[in-house]
Every structure is written in structure tokens, then in C-alpha cells.
Design a protein around this ligand. Sequence first.
Ligand code: LMR
Length: 343
Amino acid sequence: MIKKSILIKIITLKSIILFLFAGCSNGTNETAQLACSLDDPCNIRFPHVTAPSTPKGQAAALFEELAEARFPGRVTVDVYPSSQLMTDDDSLPALFAGEIQMIAISLSKFDRMTQAFQIFDLPFLFPNIEAVERFQNSDTGQNLLGTLNDRGFQGLAFWHNGMKEFSAPIPLRVPEDANGLKFRIMESDVLEEQILNMGGSPQKMALGEVYQALQTGVIDAQENTWSNIYSAKYYEVQPYIMETNHGYIGYLVAVNPDFWQSLPEDVRTGLEEVMDEVTQWGNQRAEEINLRDRAEIVASGDSEIITFSEDELAVWQQSMRPVWEIFADGIGRENIAIAQSLN
Ligand code: LMR
């Protein structure tokens, strides 16, 4: 396996420049490698930012195992979890430039490239993972998979993590309790407006920096899924977790279209079958993993979990509606209506 330090250097200025010009491109680029000749196995480097125990960590590991078992000696997959290789921000230009071959990045983080995925960030649009699943499996949802194909990101699947909760140094029983708190958020304008709407101060930050920022008081609060809160140990430094289930974290699993088309046809279709199998397995397990990690947090006794009655949650939902209005036209009101009809 190539050393981490060398691979990090692979993220050259060239890859970033290529990416910046992605808007003018038809999605082809010169650097995607030709892959999988008989004496040169095809290597898929697949970095991501969460721990191996999370829904994404487990699905990525299964993809590696099944892909290599299906194509022994012809395909190798190297998964790099926990931001070991690079941040999500760096992996976008790296995939575009062909320096890595697969990503699974939170839909929120494609915000600068498309407004279509902002639907997944609208607070309280989806009541649970099952509702997200129905929307993603609808024709509208499946069309979203191809949103970034001509920008150099061919969508292969949506993978779930889970529903988001807030954590904070004080209990947030109503949105106004967040007044004045600094919240870490992912790179998403919707999430920025969501926090502003609560009277908080949003700070976009990479996942790998959050624990220390919470510990040192650079930020006060954050939002994430149970599996990320547990595996990244935020519960150790956040005395309260609010079980609002106010939003969704899921991923676009994407490849560089040039790379994908360069694969021998049997390898490409075989890997797509493996991806389907892994997606089904992972998406069925994601909720269970989050519930397991919620139970671990309860057992730790480090963080108190604040739960809400339906009436109390209705207050949160109502207060977030102005955020929808800001983004509804960009997302497409018809898509929001379809998501609501599948709730
Ligand atoms: C985050 O940055 O909070 C998420 O994108 C992490 C993840 O990939 O689940």
C-alpha cells in the first residue's frame, strides 16, 4: 500500500485547478487512469472521513471485501477511513483528477456544486430514514443520483448514515435556547441558515477538527448522527444531546466517469452489482448501528439525552419552516412536495 504521506502529496495543485474548472467541463479529464489490464490490477483508492464502525465505514469495508473476492488479482480496493488520507474537501478535486477512484461524501457537502441535494438538509422534511429511503428510491430520487455526472462525479448509490441530533453544553429544549452558541456544521448553506434561524453562530469545519474544537471551546455545539457522535467521542465533551432527528446524513457514492468507463466491461458491471449488494446491506443496517451507538452513549453516562414529546417537536418543526422558504425554489418545490408525499 502506498504511504499516506506520499498519497497526500498526490493532491496536487493540478487536481485543484482541474476541479475549479469542472463547471466548464463535460466531465472528461486527461488524468483519469486506464485501469485493470491483466498484468496491472485496477486499484480503487477509497478514502472517507468516518470511523470503521460507522454505517459508511462498514459498507466501505464490505465493498472492499466483495470487490476483491469477485475479481481476485484484477481489482484491489484500499479503503482509508477516519480522514486518514484526506478530508472530504480534498477528495472532491482528487476524484476529479483521478488521484482517488471512489468517494462517499455527505450529500450536504456537494452544496457548492448543486442545489438539488439541498433537499436532504431541509430541517424536519424527512421524519425518519424510512421516509428518506422511499424518496431516494422514487424516480425523482433516482434521477438525483445522476445530478453531477457531467461535473465529473458519477453517482453509483446513496448510502445512509442516519438522522441528526444536536449536542450542546446546555439543554436545548426550544430552538431559542441555542441563542449565542457557536455550532459546527458541514459545508452547507442550508445548515448555515438552520443555525442562524435558531439564533446560533454557524461555523463550517471538517469532521476531523470537531472534537478538539469542542474540547477547547472554539465551538460550543454541533449536530451529527448517533454513530458519528459516538465514534468521534463528542459525547465525552458535550453534556447534552437533543434527540430531535431534525435532519439526515447520507452519502453520494461516486466515481470518476472516465475511470469508470475505462474499466473492462465485465469488471464495471460486476462492481456495480457489488455496489448494489453493499448498498442494500448497509442501508438496512444503518439504523441498527445508530441505535447501538445511542445505547453506548446512554451507558457511558457522560451525556444526558433530552427527548421531546410530539408537541415539543412540533414547535421545532414550525420554527424551521422559514429555512425551507429560502431554498425551496433552488431545490424545486415539486421535489419537496414529492418527498412530503412519501413521508
Ligand atoms: C460530517 O462531516 O459531519 C459528516 O459528513 C461525516 C460523515 O461523513 O458522516
